[in-house]
Structure formats: C-alpha cells, structure tokens
Design a protein around this ligand. Structure first.
Ligand code: CA
Length: 324
C-alpha cells in the first residue's frame, strides 16, 4: 500500500452526473470529496479564459439554435469566434455526437430546461476557494491549457493568461494545491522555462493517432522521454490503457512498466479517464479498473468522471485517511 493515498481528480467536474464543466458539476465534485477539480481552458474572441473542453461548441451547447449563421465553412461553431457575452447566452448540455445527434453517454444527465452557463476560469477558481472555506477542506485545482498551437494559429496565446489568472487566485508555486497540464510538450517546456511558471506541471501523454498536438507520444513514454519530462514537469497523465489491461476473466494485468518507470524519474502518474459507464475493453467492472490502477500499478492519482466511486475505492484501501 502506498504511504500517501492517491488523489481523486474530478475530470471536468462530477461529469458523470451533471453536464461537464458546468458550475453544478464542480459543486457536486467538491461535495463528493474530489481532491482536485479539473479545468480545461480555452479563450474567447475577447481573450477571456473559459472552462470548456472542446474548441468547437457544437457537441456541448445549443449554439446551433442560438447562432445558426455563425458556423465556419467546416460546419463547426468555434468558441474563439464568440465574445464572452455571446457565449453567456448558451447553455451547456450533455455531450452529443454532432453528426448523429446521439448522446455520447446515454445514461447521464438528460434534463432540459435547466440552464448551465459557460463559466470563466476566474469564476471557477473563486468558486473552489469559497467552497473550500465553507466546507473546511482544501480541494485543489487541475488546469489544462487546451490546444496552444491551434490558439496561436488563431492569433491568441492562452498560457500567459492562464498562468496570470491562476496566480491572481494564489496558485503560483509548487507548494500550492494546483497542477497545470498540457498535451503539448513544447508548450509545457515553454511554460516552465520561458514563462517561468513554478506550478506543479503535468505532461499529458496522448496517442499519436489522436493528432492532439505535434508531440511524439511514443517517444515520451520511453526512458529517454520520461527523463526529459522530469527536467520540466512533475508528473505525467497517460491513458489508463497504457498501464493496465484485462485478462480473459476481466481481471487487471499490467501491460507496461510505464507507471514504475515514470515514478523512478520522480514523476507522479495520473492516468485518464475512469468512466463506470464506459469501462476499458475487457474490464470486469469498476473495481477491476480501480484495483489494476491503484493496487497493481500503484498510480498516484486518477482522472475520473465518477469521483464518488474512485473516492470510495481509495478510502476503502486507505481507511485511516481523515475525511472532512
Ligand atoms: Ca482535460
């Protein structure tokens, strides 16, 4: 058993239960005992950092109804083409596939008529601070700079704005209860070395097939790649499927030494993403996934849509942890 309990990172809030990155999802994540609450950050046309996962608005809002003539020629509506005032007129909804209109997770929040406004990074950090005070606990923040190269191609530079906003809320150093994460390794180095950010940094590791950034993720997972990451970051965020798989009975097995290798370089390992309604291929159930990650691999934390289930699993393994 690890001496320090691993941390529960509420992926886009308690996103299994309320629309992702809505204020309600963040309040619920805090109430369900998340150690960290995640913010994906993109910029508006007027350079306001907002908490929203996609560059496009289609899958997550009613933009097609509100602004039918504001799509780009590719058929998508981009948040960066709208001011914050315009974006405030939209409501976040459960994720759909814009092409088919089908819900991505059919069992999740299905209500209509309840507005869930888009939230700025500034507002969310203020909310977490207020919740921490009234609840007497210290949930951290876990902020991601989304697609910095794409933003720059649009004439915008999100990282300095995100760093300044975090600093204004007291998150500036490694000792503060915050992580800053990015899929783009060139950008994360820049954040540390050129922009002088002293926060705990996490290098997200995707799959090259995703074309998420120009980063070569196959190289980052090697011993040389992990050593290089340790030169500018404090942790990695790989897909959980790069760490555990499942045997014919659905029981967890290690599929690589990535977790131990990274920890050997002093890096924390925070894989993504646990979803009880979309388990990795072959997994018997939620416990098998949690057991594989926390019991076999001994990861240091987990991005989870179901922060209550991950919280319960960790607390069962670490019963002496004091809960507020
Ligand atoms: Ca994210």
């Amino acid at each position: 058993m690890n001496a320090t309990p691993p941390v529960v990172i509420a992926h886009r809030g308690a996103s299994a239960y309320l629309p992702e990155h809505s204020q309600a999802a963040k309040v619920l994540a805090h109430a369900l005992g998340a150690d960290f609450i995640e913010q994906d950050v993109i910029l508006t046309q007027d350079d306001i950092p907002i908490v929203f996962h996609d560059l496009e608005l289609n899958a997550l809002t009613d933009v097609a109804l509100r602004f039918p003539d504001r799509a780009r020629p590719d058929g998508s509506w981009y948040a960066i083409d709208f001011t914050l005032a315009e974006l405030r007129t939209l409501s976040i909804r459960e994720r759909i596939d814009p092409a088919s209109g089908r819900r991505t997770y059919p069992g999740r929040y299905a209500g209509t008529g309840v507005p869930f406004p888009i939230v700025t990074l500034d507002e969310e950090l203020a909310l977490v601070r207020a919740l921490n005070r009234v609840r007497g606990r210290d949930a951290g923040v876990y902020t991601e700079v989304k697609s910095p190269a794409w933003h720059r191609a649009q004439g915008k530079d999100p990282s300095p704005i995100v760093i300044e906003t975090l600093a204004r809320h007291g998150y500036a150093g490694r000792g503060d209860n915050a992580y800053l994460q990015c899929f783009d390794d060139v950008e994360l180095r820049r954040i540390r070395q050129s922009l002088g950010c002293d926060l705990k940094l996490v290098q997200l590791i995707g799959e090259n097939a995703w074309a998420e950034a120009a980063t070569d993720y196959d190289r980052l997972r090697t011993a040389e790649g992990l050593a290089a990451i340790a030169g500018y970051a404090d942790g990695i965020g790989p897909p959980m499927t790069r760490i555990v798989g499942f045997d014919g009975a659905g029981e967890p097995v290690l599929v690589s030494s990535l977790c131990a290798d990274a920890q050997g370089h002093g890096l924390a390992v925070h894989p993504f993403t646990f979803r009880a309604d979309a388990l990795p291929p072959g997994a018997r159930d939620s416990d098998a996934v949690h057991e594989g990650l926390f019991g076999l691999a001994r990861v240091d934390g987990l991005f989870t849509d179901f922060c209550d289930l991950t919280r319960a699993f960790i607390d069962h393994r670490h019963p002496r942890r004091s809960r507020a």
